[in-house]
Design a protein around this ligand. Structure first.
Ligand code: NAP
Length: 250
């Protein structure tokens, strides 16, 4: 039986491409999207390419929707092997974009999706993932939230203007990843964080210099790790160079 992967925010961007690449590797992909029309359209497109794809409605910031999605996955698909927590928002640009220009309302809104949503989805699906022989959880984070890079004066990240909501939400995602990896270290579940690198998607007005094919690569890599693969790591594309790909400092 094929492995089943659930990807949140998979109707477009890196999430859609992650679903496409995992399906191309023979997985059944459950396309998580909050908008039914967009989600079904993505599924239709994936199926037209031969994928075994199914739409699962989910708004990660809504606990009821998260629990309903988990119940549906259990009832309809009977289990889950891979969870890719991909859905996220930036909160947009406020003022001059600097730390003190942000508003509490935006901080709350961004955390509801990027952090609380990821936490809710993970806990709701963990019972199913525990039943898998080799489950993988991939949390899509970002190097913009790397404390090491942001505080290294020799790294361009230390000079980058960054709003608190999105940036700090990704730092939180990284710690959430580490704590789940620690809790699950003696199980068959590996938990890692992916960094797509600066990728052209709607998230950044398509200004990224990487393609979605590249941006999805770290998530696909971590979703398909072998039994002796790592857990509790941060992996993907570094800002610095086009070819820099590998472990990212937390
Ligand atoms: P994107 O094109 O804007 O896609 C984001 C996806 O998340 C969309 O499908 C969106 O659905 C969904 N989403 C947002 N809020 C949601 C919610 N409450 N419930 C369910 N789905 C929700 O962005 P992307 O660039 O592909 O981003 C994917 C991941 O990569 C994110 O975690 C992002 O932080 C990370 N990342 C991106 C970059 C980059 O340069 N692009 C770099 C580093 C990390 P709708 O279509 O309904 O809005």
């Amino acid at each position: 039986m094929s492995r089943k992967a659930f990807i949140t925010g998979a109707n477009k961007g890196i999430g859609y491409e992650t679903a496409r690449q995992l399906a191309a590797r023979g997985m059944t992909v459950l396309v998580g999207a909050r908008d039914a029309e967009l989600g079904q359209a993505a599924v239709d497109k994936l199926r037209a390419d031969g994928a075994d794809a199914h739409f699962v409605q989910i708004d990660v910031s809504d606990e009821e929707s998260v629990n309903a999605a988990a119940a549906r996955i259990e009832a309809e698909f009977g289990g889950l092997d891979v969870l890719v927590n991909n859905a996220a928002i930036t909160g947009g640009m406020e003022g001059d974009g600097k730390a003190s220009s942000g508003t509490l309302a935006t901080l709350r809104r961004v955390y509801e999706t990027n952090v609380f949503g990821l936490f809710a989805v993970t806990n709701a699906l963990l019972p199913l993932l525990r039943r898998s022989e080799s489950a993988r959880i991939v949390n899509v984070s970002s190097e913009v939230g790397s404390l090491s890079l942001r505080t290294d004066p020799n790294n361009p990240m230390s000079q980058m203007v960054s709003a608190i909501p999105y940036t700090s939400s990704k730092t939180a995602v990284s710690m959430v990843t580490v704590l789940y990896a620690m809790e699950l270290r003696d199980t068959a579940i590996k938990v890692n964080a992916a960094n797509p690198g600066y990728t052209a998607t709607d998230l950044n007005g398509n200004s990224g210099f990487r393609t979605v094919e590249q941006g999805a690569e770290p998530s696909v890599h971590l979703a398909t790790l072998p039994a002796d693969g790592p857990s509790g790591t941060f992996w993907g594309y570094l800002w610095g160079g086009e070819q820099e790909y590998g472990p990212i400092p937390w």
